[in-house]
Design a protein around this ligand. Structure first.
Ligand SMILES: Nc1ncnc2c1ncn2[C@@H]1O[C@H](COP(=O)(O)OP(=O)(O)OP(=O)(O)O)[C@@H](O)[C@H]1O
Ligand SMILES: [Mg+2]
Length: 240
């Protein structure tokens, strides 16, 4: 399968602190890949490097066959890379509809008309966002706000959607509701990376998974073939 994202030998640091060590990470077009690991393992740092929010100190990132290690974040959005960031980062004081419109990109001509995300399609995906479209976004529940964050990212017409802990702090029922939409998003041609603390959910929702431990990939492979014991070793280290 054609790779939409290839990360090779990636290192990243915050000042003197190295957060990623020689990370190898790859996503095929149409795949759902889960990224797991304990707090501080480097999951968000990897997503930030891929989306151009931080510059890697070494290594290569290629998106859709083009080297993007030095491409600024806004240019990467235009190329089809969108992120649902940790903590959602919605625009408070703005309505649900306006939060969605911020990312609506009508200029992209490389997306087939039928596959293009529009506000009505987001309303079909998450009907509650239609009901509450005129309300200030901060009035919505956490789960509904997360739906806004996903919808907003989709309106950028991503070829690759990176979701950083979309289930954090949400009730299991809402988490299920959001995760149930992933196949529909993927069916539209979007590859997906989910950073997820719930290992069982990560495993059952993805084709392949990667585990990070202290900035290094300690496990990767098809989600259905990797057992929970192997995950536990990779997640906590060999001494657990
Ligand atoms: N802006 C920053 N400045 C300095 N160190 C940072 C910064 N952001 C993250 N780090 C450190 O880099 C390491 C990786 O952090 P990162 O946020 O990528 O982890 P994570 O796997 O996303 O964790 P979590 O599950 O808590 O979100 C951690 O040790 C963290 O303390
Ligand atoms: Mg994180």
């Amino acid at each position: 399968m054609r790779a939409i994202l290839k990360v090779r030998n990636l290192c990243a640091a915050y000042g003197d602190f190295q957060a990623l060590f020689n990370v190898e990470f790859e996503i095929a077009a149409g795949e759902v890949v889960a990224l797991i690991g304990a707090n501080g393992a480097g999951k968000s740092t990897l997503l930030k490097a891929v989306t151009g929010l931080i510059s890697p100190s070494a290594g290569e990132i290629a998106f859709a066959g083009e080297s993007t290690s030095r491409t600024p974040a806004h240019a990467l959005v235009r190329k089809g890379l969108a992120m649902v960031p940790e903590g959602r980062r919605l625009f408070r004081g703005m309505t649900v509809e306006d939060n969605l419109r911020v990312c609506l990109d009508r200029s992209r001509t490389d997306v087939e008309q039928a596959l293009r995300w529009t506000i009505p399609r987001i309303h079909e995906l998450f009907p509650v966002l239609k009901e509450r479209r005129r309300e200030l976004v901060e009035r919505l529940s956490g789960g509904q706000q997360q739906m806004v964050a996903v919808g907003r990212a989709l309106l950028a017409q991503p070829r690759l959607l990176l979701c950083d802990e979309i289930s954090l702090g949400l009730a299991p029922k809402v988490v299920k509701e959001i995760y149930q939409k992933l196949p529909e998003i993927r069916a539209g041609g979007t590859s997906i990376v989910i950073v997820e603390q719930d290992v069982s959910l990560a495993k059952s929702s993805s084709d392949r998974l990667y585990c990070l431990l202290e900035g290094r990939v300690t496990l990767s492979g098809p989600s259905c073939e990797i057992g929970l014991e192997a995950i536990s070793r990779a997640y906590f280290g060999a001494h657990s």
